[in-house]
Unconditional design. Structure first.
Length: 200
């Protein structure tokens, strides 16, 4: 594991083994995808200018149990060593599970935060209780060009590595984006660590 002080991002090579990545593709080759959506501060109007991608969710399958167990170790280890957030014992949203994201040529996700300081009403924005974000790399880095995960770390932009099976964990309030995919196909998984209270 490598920790980047500027962005607060932790790089975890080998979060998944090559065999586990192959298992993922074998199990979820026929995933049903839907267009990704973005909502405004009232959690109402869809914004179609901020993100272009497709998503799906894994909610209860055995593969999710494996991911959750792995993420639980890293969330709690990193939170103890670096972040010190108030996280829940039952930190995963059952409605989200593992969020899969597919980016094809022309797809992108502009600068955003998963945990937004501005919209602090949980009734309007359930994301207020997200503390840590974990991005898991299913695609091989040679499968596509572009599609870089970038995290803004105050004075500079941190570019996350793209190794297949690796993961990046970072605080949800850090601005980050996925640059436009130029060629190929980028598939990642997202899992979020929630807490009981906002801003703690």
């Amino acid at each position: 594991m490598q920790f980047d002080d500027g962005s607060g991002a932790a790089e975890i090579p080998g979060f998944l083994s090559f065999a586990e990545v192959k298992e993922f593709y074998a199990l979820y080759r026929d995933i049903s995808w839907i267009p990704a959506t973005i909502y405004d501060e009232n959690n109402e109007a869809v914004r179609d200018d901020w993100r272009k991608a497709q998503t799906s969710n894994i909610l209860k399958e055995k593969f999710l149990d494996k991911i959750k167990k792995r993420a639980n170790f890293w969330f709690k280890t990193l939170n103890y060593e670096y972040y010190n957030f108030d996280i829940s014992d039952n930190w995963m949203s059952e409605e989200e599970g593992l969020v899969l994201c597919k980016y094809e040529p022309g797809d992108y996700f502009n600068w955003h935060r998963d945990w937004d300081w501005a919209y602090n009403d949980p009734k309007k924005n359930p994301n207020t209780k997200k503390k840590l974000s974990c991005v898991i790399q299913f695609s091989d880095e040679t499968d596509y060009t572009g599609g870089d995960l970038e995290i803004f770390g105050g004075s500079r932009v941190y570019a996350a590595p793209k190794g297949q099976g690796s993961a990046i964990i970072f605080p949800g309030f850090q601005f980050h984006r996925v640059t436009e995919v130029k060629t190929g196909l980028r598939i990642t998984g997202l899992i979020f660590c929630h807490g009981d209270e906002h801003l703690k």
